[in-house]
Design a protein around this ligand. Structure first.
Ligand SMILES: [Zn+2]
Length: 432
């Protein structure tokens, strides 16, 4: 089998899964809404929600198919062999050229899809407040970040791949040296990850205007909520989400030792103070999170990946064979890291699906945990009220299919979430 067939098969499975999800969502919509969320929408608003879903689905299908078609054509074309001929087989240049062409094709579709989504769909349902100029600026900044990530990380991997034979003295080092090399690679990639996080933070700060929350009653109340938490957040900002959308959000941003709260101005302008405090109490719940079995399982997974990389440096024949297979599949005589990484990620897709599902499960559990903190502070009902209002305002699917929720939601679906909050309230009042 050619590596091209593998990549196309994996892409095809992705499309198939999207179609399956649409079918599941249809089946779920035929069920009556669970009592917890039955009153989120009134009849007229629910009609609007259904139209919104239909519009989104049509756009997602059209743009999804165009994107798939374009990438499939690129993988099937003689692009890689042509680049090798034109660039003399230089692995850095062939990676950059292939990456640039794929990125250009995919970005063109994504920008068109984003534009249509923002100025046709979101606009039609009154959810958009962004100007075209603002959209252009945000898109340019996102692209900059992507170029840095794909280009930088890719070149780093090409460098590592090209020097591996030298570092391992022709792939003949023992396990101890393999571990050492893996540790060095991990350190460099972690540094790159930190740089990317800093850059994405910078981009995020450029896309919004952040204003420190002034001293006053609200700020004092937010600080009071944090009593009893070892970690405290003193940087509290309000950001101008109202320039882009009607979304109301508050988040806790963490990077190394840096922590800050960001609160959308929409939230402060349009919601009761109690609802804002309820959401912030939830965020403080995240701050108080204690490491649990799920976290340690996550660390074990990372250790396993580390061990697998070290093992492959010690016993590299699977990787060398795979590289030879990729070269043969694309009629290449030199290494092409874009083709190699593309094949590797296709091979790893099932594994990444599983770890992703695990990660999202853990995230949902942490959301429930943070909700319980809000319940302890007496904000359970205010939190539920906020969720219901937000869901209706932003046309949220309040009753996702359980299979889709399990596999793809990093926050619990509304019905689940409200049910869990009510349970926590009951448990709390039973103890008092
Ligand atoms: Zn949360």
């Amino acid at each position: 089998m050619s590596a091209r067939v593998l990549i196309l098969a994996v892409e095809g499975c992705g499309l198939l899964w999207r179609l399956v999800k649409m079918r599941l969502a249809d089946l779920q919509r035929r069920q009556p809404l669970p009592p917890e969320v039955a009153d989120v929408y009134d009849a007229a608003r629910y009609r609007k929600y259904l139209d919104y879903v239909a519009d989104n689905r049509r756009a997602a299908l059209v743009f999804g198919c165009i994107r798939l078609l374009l990438t499939a054509l690129l993988w099937l074309s003689g692009l890689f062999a042509a680049l090798e001929g034109a660039l003399g087989g230089n692995p850095y240049l062939t990676y950059l050229a292939a990456c640039g062409i794929f990125l250009a094709a995919e970005t063109a579709v994504d920008i068109a899809a984003g534009y249509y989504d923002t100025f046709h769909i979101e606009e039609k349902y009154g959810l958009n407040r962004q100007s075209k100029k603002g959209f252009a600026k945000d898109t340019a900044l996102d692209l900059l970040l992507e170029v840095f990530l794909m280009g930088g990380l890719g070149l780093l991997l090409v460098f590592i791949g090209e020097h591996m034979a030298v570092w391992t003295k022709g792939f003949s080092v023992g396990p101890a040296a393999a571990l050492l090399i893996t540790a060095a690679i991990t350190a460099v990639i972690s540094l790159f990850a930190l740089l990317s996080a800093l850059l994405s933070l910078w981009v995020f700060k450029k896309q919004y205007t952040f204003t420190p929350m002034p001293e006053g009653e609200l700020r004092t109340k937010i600080m009071a909520l944090q009593e009893g938490s070892k970690k405290k957040v003193r940087l509290i900002y309000v950001y101008d989400e109202s320039k882009k959308s009607t979304t109301k959000n508050a988040f806790l941003l963490k990077l190394l030792w840096h922590r800050e709260f960001g609160i959308a101005d929409n939230f402060i302008n349009e919601n009761a103070e109690e609802e804002l405090l309820a959401v912030l109490s939830h965020e403080i719940g995240h701050l108080k999170h204690k490491k649990n079995l799920l976290n340690y399982a996550g660390y074990a997974l990372v250790a396993l990946v580390f061990a697998a990389v070290a093992w492959l440096i010690w016993q590299p024949s699977p990787i060398l064979r795979m590289n030879a297979w990729v070269r043969a599949s694309f009629s290449l005589t030199a290494n092409n890291y874009y083709a190699l990484l593309g094949t590797l990620s296709a091979l790893l897709t099932p594994l990444l699906r599983i770890t992703g599902t695990f990660g999202r499960y853990r995230s949902r559990q942490e959301e429930h945990e943070a909700d319980r903190e809000a319940v302890r502070n007496g904000y359970g009902e205010a939190l539920i009220g906020t969720f219901k209002k937000l869901s209706s305002d932003e046309l949220v699917n309040v009753n996702p299919h359980p299979v889709i929720e399990f596999m793809e939601y990093d926050h619990p679906g509304m019905a689940q979430r409200i049910r869990a909050i009510r349970q926590a309230e009951k448990a709390l009042s039973a103890r008092e």
